[in-house]
Design a protein around this ligand. Structure first.
Ligand code: SAH
Length: 462
């Protein structure tokens, strides 16, 4: 983010526009919505600008800007549609301390004016850093359709009622009140007539003042393998409501972006091997926040029921008498097999699949290697980076074919996903050479579909 979005209070501040043509008129239409003192410098100003000046909406000077014109100006717009004149005027603005914007010239501008959806005092600003104006226009059109035109009026009435709402404790209670006003009670009332909004507000406050204490709650949520589009709708809704999000290190930043703006985000600091934060401390984090009446989203990568230490967290909730529910997610194995176009099970090949981990609390994890070594077996190995040599050795020792296909999928479903096909006897060196930096799941028994087709072709030829 090169441009930091802020809303600048320009009430009573000077804004200078240099230029009198179409570009200046377009900017002025926006600027005249503010309470700034707007001055326009133009040799030959458009009719519309002259009229605004006549109506006292702006101060018009019918000459080009010169030294001294921008003293005490907060913002300067170069709207001459003439690069040389804009540059000359901008140099003066810089010298006199105004922030400079040259219309349609990103590189010479210190700030940009975003696309705006105006439901004053609710204003949505959309910026793409100049990269994709079409996208900004589309978002603007969608938002125009989404935000009812009554929203501005509701917000104005709501603003006058803010002091009364101080009777509710700060935080979730006030938030719930306002959300009921803006999205339910308010729109219904204003539909009848504006005069019924105030009594509706008062009745709503009364209801909320007498509401029983909110109970805390914990949602144990699967964040999926990384692609935010693989989140379930339930997970998305839980994130929308969360007061506190306690997340694992593997949860991708794109997904955390979806949490409610005011939510407190806490990293529980788990890593693939062992944990930076002991489980007991994570349990305590969850329960202490929930006991304050908060809605907690405990966000775990993939599916929380797969290698997620879920039961310990559920037990902690139960001991603290906090309600909980599990929202499943897409586990890494599902994303990985999808990435290589393979099924986890297949008629005639394997009627079961194992999810196994390369290590457990006691070190390397033992499994039914003999059963796994049989032809056609499939297993998804989680947290297997360091135990690859051990797993490989065990499987070969129990008779697995050295050429059994094995596929490593790193960062499954993410933009930086990598698929590395190999075979059992080459697993360890392949993993080491791959120098993986992201989470990886190893699919034993499956090759990427394309590679598999090639092998079959070769077999046929021989
Ligand atoms: N509950 C998670 C697993 C947690 S254990 C799930 O259902 O996916 C952590 C291991 O999951 C990692 O070591 C890695 O083996 C695997 N993993 C998690 N996200 C992954 C991803 N995007 N791509 C590949 N493997 C992933």
């Amino acid at each position: 983010m090169q441009h930091f979005p802020i809303f600048l209070n320009v009430a009573g501040k000077r804004i200078v526009v240099s230029g009198g043509g179409d570009a200046a008129v377009a900017k002025l239409r926006l600027l005249l919505k503010t309470r700034a003192r707007v001055s326009v410098f133009a040799n030959d100003p458009a009719e519309e600008i002259r009229n605004w000046a006549k109506d006292g909406k702006l101060h018009l000077v019918t000459r080009a800007v010169t030294h001294g014109d921008m003293i005490c100006a907060a913002l300067f717009y170069g709207a001459n549609e003439d690069a040389t004149e804009d540059a000359r005027a901008a140099a003066i603005a810089h010298a006199e301390g105004a922030l400079v914007n040259i219309v349609d010239d990103l590189s010479d501008s210190q700030f940009i004016t975003p696309a705006i959806v105006d439901r004053d005092p609710v204003v949505v600003a959309i910026g793409t850093e100049g990269a994709a104006p079409v996208v900004a226009r589309k978002i603007k059109a969608d938002l125009e359709a989404l935000l009812p035109t009554t929203l501005g009026r509701l917000a104005k009435i709501g603003k006058g009622f803010r002091h009364a709402v101080n009777a509710l404790p700060f935080g979730a209670k006030r938030r719930n009140f306002w959300s009921a006003f803006y999205f339910d009670v308010g729109p219904k009332a204003i539909e009848q007539d504006e005069a019924s909004v105030q009594p509706a507000l008062e009745a709503l406050l009364d209801t909320h003042l007498h509401m029983p204490e909110k109970q805390g709650h914990v949602d144990l949520v699967g964040a999926g393998p990384g692609d935010p589009e693989l989140l379930t709708l339930k997970a998305r809704k839980a994130l929308d409501k969360a007061d506190v999000v306690i997340y694992d290190r593997l949860v991708s930043p794109d997904i955390l972006e979806l949490a409610r703006r005011e939510a407190i985000l806490i990293e529980a600091g788990k890593t693939g091997f062992g944990q930076a934060m002991p489980q007991s401390q994570i349990n305590e984090l969850i329960t202490t926040h929930a006991q304050k009446g908060h809605h907690i989203v405990r966000l775990k990568s993939g599916d929380p029921t797969v290698f997620g230490r879920l039961d310990e967290e559920i037990t902690a909730c139960e001991e603290a008498e906090i309600s909980w529910r599990v929202i499943p997610g897409i586990t890494a194995a599902s994303a990985a097999t999808a990435a290589i176009g393979q099924s986890q099970t297949q008629r005639g090949r394997n009627s079961s699949i194992r999810y196994l981990t390369g290590h457990n609390t006691k070190g390397f994890a033992e499994h039914d290697w003999r059963a796994l070594a049989a032809a056609g077996e499939v297993a998804a190995i989680y947290m297997g980076k360091r135990s690859a040599r051990f797993i490989q050795g065990r499987l070969l020792m129990h008779g697995a074919h050295p050429a059994t296909p094995v596929t490593i999928i790193e960062n499954a479903s993410r933009a930086d996903q990598r698929v590395i096909g190999t075979q059992l006897n080459m697993l360890e060196p392949t993993l080491t050479n791959a120098a993986l930096s992201g989470p990886a799941v190893v699919i034993y028994g499956l090759a990427p579909r394309a590679a598999e087709a090639a092998i079959h072709q070769e077999e046929k030829v021989q």
